[in-house]
Design a protein around this ligand. Sequence first.
Ligand code: GUN
Ligand code: FE
Length: 452
Amino acid sequence: AKLFIGTVVNSRALGEIEILENVAVAVNESGNITSITALDSPDYERTVTCFTPESIVRLPKYAFIIPGFIDCHIHSPQYRYAGTGTDVPLMNWLNKYAFPTERRFLDDADFATKTYSRLIKRCLSNGTTTACFFATIHLYPTLNFVSLIREAGMRAFVGKVSMDQNSPKYYVEDTNEAISAADEFVKAVLETSGDARAALVTPVITPRFLPTCSPQLLKSLAAIAKKYDVPIQSHMSEALDEIEYVHQLYGKADPEIFAENGLLTCKTIMAHSIHLSDGDIKILRDHGTGIAHCPLSNYFFADGILRTRHLLRSGIKVGLGSDIAGGYSVSILENMRHAVISSKILVSQRKRTIGTANKESDETDEISYKDAFYLATMGGAQVLNIDHVVGAIEVGKAFDAIVVHCADDNGNGIGGMEVWSDDTAESLFEKFINLGGVENMKSVYVAGNKVV
Ligand code: GUN
Ligand code: FE
């Protein structure tokens, strides 16, 4: 058990941050938050007597605790080339970079283990306490990835990717094989979820995207997800070349096809979903399906900017995703900034096309740093349907948290942050969102365990 004494910052509603100064957060042996008490309350006096001096973490000045970040969409094998290769449109990019790299995970175990271990470490040090991964089409290498995540103590959703058509010969599954491997993957992960640490990993049914999945595969995957009551993830309406391709194949838009095949559930996470009609938005809302917004990746492939606020207002759950390696950074902090900046671009574009007379509706698409923080924490938790477990530092939830230090013992700002004597908890927090980085993330916890 541990007691953390200092300042806590949460966002429990869009656009709102909650700052709790001078509080003590008690975390039990299971890693759950049992109380949050003000230091000047009698409750605190009672609480503190239950902790040994070694189990008390006292935050220094210019520091605070925030909930861990949630990455709702990331391709683990693509970490191997993250930071390179974003020079061609999506459909070419898959053939040029993604598929050849993913193929290597089948028979090169050292390559796979090294890539995956480094990625897990990198995610955790960047404050990502929960991530929702696409691995590769390979069953055993993906089960090995699950083991590595469990060893590291990260909270994760993992999908063995399914694809049985319109893919290169060296990276495709036979339909029946794809169906049985998906079933076997889910079963194997669930069967090994006995202890608390192992149970942090949830298997996900993962049809890659519509071009590479036959209708038969799509329907069978929906049935498997239903049988085991597990989430589903895919890519939807991501880019114009992809949408056009799907239109040529089926004469329909992505959301309709996913819905017809039973893949839109309240546990479905759809990456991107940039080009949606009003009808598409209604389909998503009616099914309770959430969106993983990947702002950095979208600059390169999407041919558009997500109308994040419009979707939230339409009652759709939205979280953030890094989309490694379509997005080059695993940092959710970085993606929060791009969610803000891209929304600004969207608003200015709309102002130019609609005219300033329509100012009211223009402004509604703008995302603030507070909104971005909400998306990175509570929003992501909602998309993954774990908002009863994580997303805020709150009694009853697991202690998935980042301890942020803005200044060193001499009061000098750490990393990209400058700290002044008149800074407040709120100004420090805003600066951290805009200027902070890994250097400021002193320690990271998942379910009460220190992982960084
Ligand atoms: N659509 C299908 N596969 C992929 C992928 O690996 N990355 C992205 N960004 N989009 C995809
Ligand atoms: Fe993706």
